[in-house]
Design a binder for this molecule. Structure first.
Ligand code: PEP
Length: 250
């Protein structure tokens, strides 16, 4: 059974104090969210331990936004999967387009991060998606297929069962432009078909989230698509009311 998930990627936003308030507001509103919808929040590293305290005992799960590609040691400025799991995260986002674009993250790095995340009991939320130029050139399916094959096809079925996919067209992230539900469904179905070619029936159980300017006004139409199981939300996850309204959109 695939899960319904609404995950908030806070990116590099909020102070610790503001992040704790936001987490508190989300926990307080949980009663309004259908029980079968898993809420996940992904604050910055500095916020993970204090936010973990705020959401303790609630149904909200904690995610990091990234993890190191090395287990431990002399890697100044990095934060390991073991450290993230140790403060109470059960998920980590991996391969976000901002990491790929601005920090040179490659498939090789992501294979290492994926292995370490899984070894430490984290469920990776693995992001894939094309740039505008790639879509305009009609190359988006090839780009997404390569992102899936290069990073996920070396996993065992048992490992793959722990992975959540997020389709995030780069041209829709933070731009206010959302993929139409037809465009999103077409790619989600393609992702599921690509995974099925390698993992068989397991692909039916993989949760695939849509990300890219998802907000209360468009979540309902997106989530109604057969292969869209929820959302990875950036900007709209910074307001508890909007985040909760998105989670009510199934
Ligand atoms: C994201 O970056 O994961 C994202 C979906 O951002 P936004 O919702 O702001 O487009």
């Amino acid at each position: 059974m695939r899960k319904k998930i609404v995950a908030g990627n806070w990116k590099m936003n909020t102070t610790v104090a503001a992040g704790k308030e936001l987490a508190k507001d989300i926990v307080a509103a949980l009663g309004k969210v259908p029980k079968d919808v898993q809420l996940i929040i992904a604050p910055p590293f500095t916020h993970l331990a204090p936010v973990a305290d705020v959401i303790k005992g609630s149904a909200v799960a904690l995610s990091a936004q990234n993890c190191a590609d090395k287990a431990k040691g002399a890697f100044t400025g990095e934060v390991s999967a073991e450290m993230i799991a140790g403060v109470g995260c059960t998920y980590t986002i991996l391969g976000h387009s901002e990491r790929r674009q601005y920090y040179g993250e490659t498939s090789d790095t992501l294979v290492a991060k994926m292995a370490l995340a899984l070894e430490n009991g984290l469920s990776p939320i693995y992001c894939v998606g094309e740039m505008l130029s790639e879509r305009e050139a009609g190359n988006h399916f090839n780009v997404i297929k390569a992102q899936l094959e290069e990073v996920l096809f070396g996993l065992s079925a048992e490992q793959m069962a722990k992975v959540v996919i997020a389709y995030e067209p780069v041209w829709a992230i933070g731009t206010g432009v959302t993929a139409t539900s037809e465009q999103a469904q077409e790619v989600h179905a393609f992702i599921r078909k690509t995974l099925a070619a390698k993992f068989g029936d397991l692909a039916k159980d993989i949760t695939i989230l849509y990300g890219g300017s998802c907000k209360p006004s468009n979540a309902k139409e997106l989530f109604a698509c057969p292969d869209i199981d929820g959302g990875l939300i950036g900007g709209a996850s910074l307001k508890a009311d909007d985040f909760i309204a998105i989670a009510q959109s199934y």
